[in-house]
Design a protein around this ligand. Sequence first.
Ligand SMILES: Nc1ncnc2c1ncn2[C@@H]1O[C@H](COP(=O)(O)OP(=O)(O)OP(=O)(O)O)[C@@H](O)[C@H]1O
Length: 250
Amino acid sequence: MDAAERTFRGGTVSEYLLEVENLSVRRGDRWVVEGVSFTLLPRMNMAIIGPNGAGKSSLIQAILGIIPYQQGRVTLLGYGMGYRRTLPYVRQQVAYLPQNFQCDPRIPITVAEFVGLGWGQPTWQWPWRHRRQRDRAIRHSLQRLHLEHLAAQPMSSLSGGETKRALLAYCLVQPRRLLILDEAPAGLDLRGEQQFYDLLETLKASEGWAILQISHHLERVRATCDQVLYLDRSVQGLGPPEWVLQQFAA
Ligand SMILES: Nc1ncnc2c1ncn2[C@@H]1O[C@H](COP(=O)(O)OP(=O)(O)OP(=O)(O)O)[C@@H](O)[C@H]1O
């Protein structure tokens, strides 16, 4: 049941996909994120920009529950991220593409198996009942990313560009509402980066994803994003790309 459905059933939830309220994160003995608030609408593409060490990755990791936050509130699809009962449902709606992802060669996982990790059913259902459905979803996802010929290869043997495509296949293997990217195309050459973003735009349009992305590529942010958040521990600017980039990243 998502936020729209809960509204339909008479609940009082907002139209936002993601709401971050007054979030503060401590790492070691320092506050690295302080009092950050913003909202994300369905299908919106928002970039988080800012200097090195500004707290961008920490903010995203706290939103995803990878690291703890000390103050504030995160609401995804109308559910507080702190509720264990709804967390598996909420997590299934979100995919995260980390910075510099590389599969450890000591982990013997094939590309198809890796993509399958993105496919989830509620935990109370028996997994083997869905095996056919799952295999079909993996095959379809690999086909869409032109990775069928690599399905049985170890993940760790893929090139940088192929690894990014496998990550997108992982996102695509089931319907999702939100993609969170932490400098996802880092490490690709210019052509690879262009191909990655073209693919992302195509999939965003076809899948209806909202995107929250950390980026240092200001020209691309200007051309493709709806909103920009300039972070330097706290929010320095939030608004349309033209305005934020002119004010804070000139
Ligand atoms: N595991 C950690 N323990 C302690 N401090 C950390 C840890 N990880 C990051 N930090 C510190 O938190 C601050 C914010 O780091 P973070 O990686 O969130 O910034 P960022 O804006 O994503 O940086 P970059 O653009 O360089 O990737 C930095 O000062 C960093 O040194």
